[in-house]
Design a binder for this molecule. Structure first.
Ligand SMILES: [Zn+2]
Ligand SMILES: [Zn+2]
Length: 336
């Protein structure tokens, strides 16, 4: 039985592998786009296949329909298997078993308080529609001036709006956080007193990713060691197919993250996919915990998680090591 989410994950992985080849850029996009539509709309792919009408799904042409048919008839995609071999990323025995049905919520999202394209209420309703029990609202910090990052004063104003929105979304708990910039020297873009009162602090590298590795290592170690940091967002800052991420002593930084209980993010945005499955596997072996997030800037982008969860599976990360599989009370304990 292949459901829409399983189908979306196959297409997403194909898109990811194709993206590593410059010539396949457009095909990669087509696969990612089809994965997104399927993760969002959840069509009954089995019935559509039986009726020969998979191409009625937006973005699914003959080629993608053939891939989906293969998955449904043979339980796997031979095209995907071939790509995995070509890219030297063959399947492994120890991949983990993760089911999106058990996913409790997303802890990295944006609203129109910074560069999101939707209001907090719209984002909250999107998370509610997915059956999430919590949503972390983590807009940008002030340094990112182009996106109107939040300082202490605006965070207070935002918390008032959150209290209002909270009343309108039964069953969903909103958590107020920040995606705080890791500055060039590894300090954070907001004072400790502000970070301390927030529910979630995601520290992310956005600028100066080309720093020389020794300096970048110092910078990341300093961020990981900060007492209020809960998660390192998109830890390399890479953009598959266009921008290589930061280079630093990953082992040293991931070990320190594991030691301090700071989670590393698997950002499922197809433009990021950061950490990659290979890097996440290494971090997992070093004992790290993870946050698997959409980094959504609009409600539709919440679908990045169902389409990207295969990355955590490929990395062999067990459920217990992923914050988003924890119910709210356990999550808040982990974030405290
Ligand atoms: Zn970011
Ligand atoms: Zn973000």
């Amino acid at each position: 039985m292949v459901d829409a989410i399983a189908a979306a994950q196959v297409l997403s992985e194909i898109g990811y592998l194709l993206r590593q080849d410059e010539k396949e850029r457009f095909r990669a996009k087509a696969f990612s786009a089809a994965a997104w539509t399927i993760a969002l709309e959840r069509p009954d792919v089995e019935s559509l296949q039986a009726a020969g009408s998979l191409t009625s799904i937006e973005g699914v042409g003959e080629g993608i329909a053939r891939v989906l048919t293969d998955v449904m008839q043979n339980g796997e995609s031979r095209y995907l298997n071939r790509l995995r071999e070509q890219m030297k990323q063959p399947p492994r025995e120890d991949e983990s078993d993760l089911d999106f049905d058990d996913f409790c919520g997303d802890i990295h999202s944006h609203t129109d308080w910074s560069d999101g394209r939707a209001t907090m209420l719209q984002m909250a309703r999107g998370a509610q529609a997915l059956g999430y029990s919590y949503l972390g609202v983590t807009d940008h910090s002030p340094r990112i001036t182009v996106v109107h990052g939040l300082d202490a004063e605006r965070l207070v104003a935002q918390s008032r709006e959150m209290a209002e929105v909270q009343k309108q979304v039964d069953g969903l708990t909103l958590l107020q956080g920040i995606e705080v910039d890791i500055l060039e020297d590894g300090t954070l873009d907001l004072p400790d007193a502000v970070l301390e009162i927030l529910d979630i602090v995601i520290a992310s590298p956005h600028v100066k990713l080309r720093q020389e590795p020794a300096a970048m290592t110092e910078r990341m170690l300093r961020a990981v060691s900060h007492p209020h940091v809960d998660v390192i967002g998109h830890p390399t800052g890479r953009r598959p197919g266009s921008r290589e991420g930061a280079n630093y002593d990953f082992v040293a930084v991931f070990k320190e993250a594991a030691r301090r209980g700071v989670a590393l993010e698997i950002d499922c945005d197809p433009a990021r996919m950061d950490l990659s499955p290979e890097m996440a596997r290494m971090a997992c072996e070093l004992g790290c915990t993870f946050a698997v997030d959409a980094d959504a800037h609009a409600p539709a982008e919440f679908a990045y998680v169902p389409m990207g969860l295969w990355m955590a599976r490929r990395a062999g990360i067990p459920r217990e090591r992923i914050l988003n599989f924890r119910p709210l009370d356990e999550l808040t304990m982990a974030l405290a």
